[in-house]
Design a protein. Structure first.
Length: 76
């Protein structure tokens, strides 16, 4: 089954939206740094971007590997 680029783009887009939602939930959860009093808004912003990176980077690396391995060799 040939997977088109559009399907890979849709997987990346959906996963990015899920990662953003999860990162927002992590930052604003009742046990988050703002509610406990451990951090400022800078700490919450850092936590958001770190969790976003941790959630999205493995998926993007797997999609890149999938793209490289699924390329057809050029024959002349």
């Amino acid at each position: 089954m040939e997977i088109t680029v559009n399907v890979k783009q849709m997987i990346a887009f959906i996963w990015t939206m899920v990662a953003v939602a999860v990162s927002i939930i992590i930052v604003f959860a009742p046990v988050g740094p703002l509610y406990i009093g451990l951090g400022s808004w800078q700490m919450s912003l850092l936590l958001f971007f770190v969790s976003l990176l941790v959630l999205t980077l493995p998926v993007y690396l797997l999609l890149a590997l999938w793209h490289v391995l699924s390329e057809k060799p050029e024959t002349e």
